[in-house]
Design a protein around this ligand. Structure first.
Ligand code: HEC
Ligand code: HEC
Length: 364
């Protein structure tokens, strides 16, 4: 696999970053111990605030759990301009008679349609978009709307819900929870800014009519394959030793080449901690003893969506996780998102992993 060595290091660093917070705190405290002692003795820590006031301000202050970088994996960029070879060599995927070249697979104004029989006729905005700013919806979300782990499945979502989300991306009330650049979402926001109401309406109608399928399996594991990031998902490095999963949920492309070739029929594998599905079911059905409100209350008994409340069942667990973080940090915070605000208020990242894994494991 290309660049496997360097990206593996990156993943390693992220794993360390995720597990050694106490160690980092100890280091920082060690470095500034002298300053802390000065502050204590000079009363900087006692500026006349009562204990009750401190407790109250802590309760009011919105302190998100921190955004884990492993939810937003980014691989090395695809090499520069297409070579002659990229323009002529036909590429194939299993179970399809169609071929595309690597250059075609990089064209954001042409959704690679490997399985034309699997969906109805795409409107222009889904198949080709409109140059220079409206990239083809089907390029990222795939022609049948089943989506990829780094974006979102759209098949079967209610058309008015889709339209609302485009408005929210455009107005800025729906952003990524990740504070830095994250190309998939950054490009989505760009599209939303430039797509016309007619384009959005025709895309929404089309995606709402497609039949949703699940293309992820959830595996509970303590250890996971040593991984590199390919595109925006994890892929096992052949022969690399396993690593502890810890409190993470990592979505893998079992065949990274099919992922890079944008094969919408490939099954992804998400590794989640042992017991996630059982705990996730309890959160979903009853809110886990007052931790939150049971998700079934609004998303329906099997999490298949009710009215304008979207389906969660069978969707990419990393997508669901990114959304829960966005609701909690207020980066997805428009009026339509308000019902989710109290739901996520007390959820820790481990709870989010559990419920995302459980929802993803259900049939759509
Ligand atoms: C460059 C890739 C890309 C293109 C092109 C793109 N999207 Fe997206 N879209 C994304 C990503 C990434 C997300 C997830 C954003 C996030 O994490 O909140 C997304 C999210 C969405 C959502 C939210 C889904 C949900 O369940 O809330 C909708 C709706 C959507 N896109 C519709 C469209 C439509 C319609 C088009 C074409 C006009 C389009 N997208 C084009 C990448 C893309
Ligand atoms: C009070 C009703 C309510 C409850 C309870 C609720 N939700 Fe939601 N949820 C919503 C609504 C409404 C939306 C759509 C928000 C929007 O339009 O932006 C939503 C959206 C979501 C999304 C984003 C889906 C997408 O397509 O982007 C996720 C993820 C989610 N909810 C997870 C959960 C989980 C997990 C629980 C249980 C812990 C839960 N919800 C409980 C009302 C609810």
């Amino acid at each position: 696999m290309r660049h496997a060595g360097s990206t593996r290091l990156l993943v390693r660093e992220k794993a360390v970053e995720a597990t050694s917070v106490p160690a980092a705190l100890a280091r920082v405290f060690g470095r500034y111990a002298f300053l802390f002692i000065v502050m204590l003795t000079t009363g900087v820590f006692r500026p006349g605030v009562t204990r009750a006031e401190v407790a109250e301000s802590a309760a009011n202050s919105h302190q998100p759990a921190g955004i884990p970088s492993w939810v937003f994996p980014v691989g090395p960029p695809v090499a520069g301009a297409a070579t002659e070879y990229d323009r002529i060599k036909p590429l194939r995927i299993p179970h399809s008679n169609v071929t595309f070249t690597a250059a075609q697979l990089r064209d954001l104004f042409a959704a690679p349609d490997w399985h034309p029989e699997a969906h109805s006729a795409m409107p222009a905005v889904v198949a080709r978009g409109r140059t220079p700013d409206v990239y083809a919806c089907g390029y990222c979300h795939t022609p049948g709307g089943q989506g990829r782990p780094e974006n979102a499945s759209l098949a079967g979502l209610p058309a008015p819900y889709i339209i609302q989300q485009l408005h929210d991306f455009k107005s800025g009330v729906r952003r990524s929870a990740w504070p830095g650049p994250y190309r998939p979402t950054d490009l989505m926001i760009h599209v939303a800014k430039y797509a016309t109401d007619d384009e959005v309406a025709s895309a929404a109608r089309y995606f709402s009519q497609q039949k949703p399928k699940s293309h992820v399996s959830i595996l509970e594991r303590k250890r996971v394959p040593g991984a590199a990031v390919v595109g925006f998902v994890y892929a096992a490095i052949r022969g690399a030793p396993e690593e502890p999963l810890g409190a993470r949920l990592l979505e893998f492309a079992p065949d990274p080449e099919r992922h890079e070739n944008r094969d919408e029929a490939m099954q992804y594998v998400a590794y989640a901690p042992i017991g996630s599905l059982r705990r996730g079911r309890s959160i979903s059905s009853s809110g886990a003893n007052g931790l939150t409100v049971g998700c079934v209350t609004c998303h329906g008994a099997n999490l298949q969506g009710v009215g304008l409340v979207p389906r969660l069942a069978g969707r990419s667990p990393s997508y669901l996780l990114r959304q829960l973080l966005a609701f909690q940090t207020g980066t997805r915070g428009g009026p339509a998102a308000q019902p989710m605000v109290p739901v996520v208020a007390k959820l820790r990242i481990t709870n989010m992993i559990d419920v995302a894994a459980y929802a993803a494991s259900l049939p759509p």
